[in-house]
Design a protein around this ligand. Structure first.
Ligand code: ZN
Length: 251
């Protein structure tokens, strides 16, 4: 079984199309939240992902843009984008965003969790090994997928040592990285952000979770996309300039 893991698309249609075009054949799609916010194509992105399913969890931007939650916790740039997104969304897409479930969600037939932030708190950022210690220890599942930080990789422990996982893409231009999952370890895995990476690599990020003959592995991917077009749409929409410039910096 192969599952395509998507997170933090953030209304970036160009990045989403590049990812769907580059993804290997898969059986399911699990979406870890923040479908909208920041980018200029919220309706087009929702229209494209709605049918992908079956698993979605809501992100903090999905909540803010649909009015499930206020904008108090957002910085001024994020708040402006959330308000713009709210005003741009069709009523059907607003309704779809509002019904997205809070994580963690355990997909039927699986033994893993899907969350936006942490499996213990949907809004928590897991940035360091220290942040990951509690959720890795207390999550009911051994393998946990999350997003929210826009940093591809994750964390693992064998109960004695704790590791940060960071995919290494070779200088030769290879754009995938394989992580075999060990039977005796616990994991938090972040596929990275499709539409607004913040780990210094501007290319759209995604991952595939594969179970084959009882062996499990993650493949991390990066794929280039038409960043100029995404930036042009952000500027043309009157969204804050910074939301365009940061796309080519991967920050
Ligand atoms: Zn996000």
């Amino acid at each position: 079984m192969r599952v395509l893991l998507l997170s933090d698309i953030h209304s970036n249609l160009e990045a989403l199309y590049a990812v769907l075009g580059a993804a290997p054949p898969h059986d399911l799609v699990w979406n870890l939240g923040d479908v909208v916010g920041y980018g200029a194509d919220p309706n087009e992105v929702i229209d494209r992902v709605r049918g992908l399913g079956p698993i979605f969890v809501r992100g903090n931007h999905d909540k803010a843009c649909s009015g499930v939650e206020g904008l108090e916790r957002f910085n001024p740039i994020a708040a402006r984008a959330a308000q713009w997104t709210h005003d741009s969304l069709t009523s059907g897409n607003l309704e779809w965003l509002r019904q997205l479930p809070a994580g963690p969600v355990m997909p039927e037939g699986s033994d893993v969790t899907c969350s936006h932030g942490s499996p213990l708190d949907e809004d928590e950022y897991l940035i360091t090994v220290r942040d990951a210690w509690l959720p890795l220890s207390q999550s009911p599942a051994r393998i946990n997928f999350f997003g929210h930080t826009h940093v591809q990789g994750g964390f693992a422990t064998n109960g004695e040592e704790w590791f940060q996982l960071k995919p290494q893409f070779s200088a030769s231009g290879a754009d995938d990285y394989e992580l075999p999952l060990r039977e005796n370890a616990r994991y938090l895995i972040n596929p990275g952000s499709v539409g607004q990476p913040r780990d210094g690599d501007w290319r759209a990020a995604f991952a595939v979770y594969e179970i084959e003959d009882g062996m499990r592995r993650i493949m991390f991917y990066r794929v280039p996309y038409d960043v100029k077009q995404a930036q042009g749409k952000i500027l043309a929409a009157g969204l804050p300039d910074r939301l365009a410039t940061r796309l080519s910096e991967g920050r």
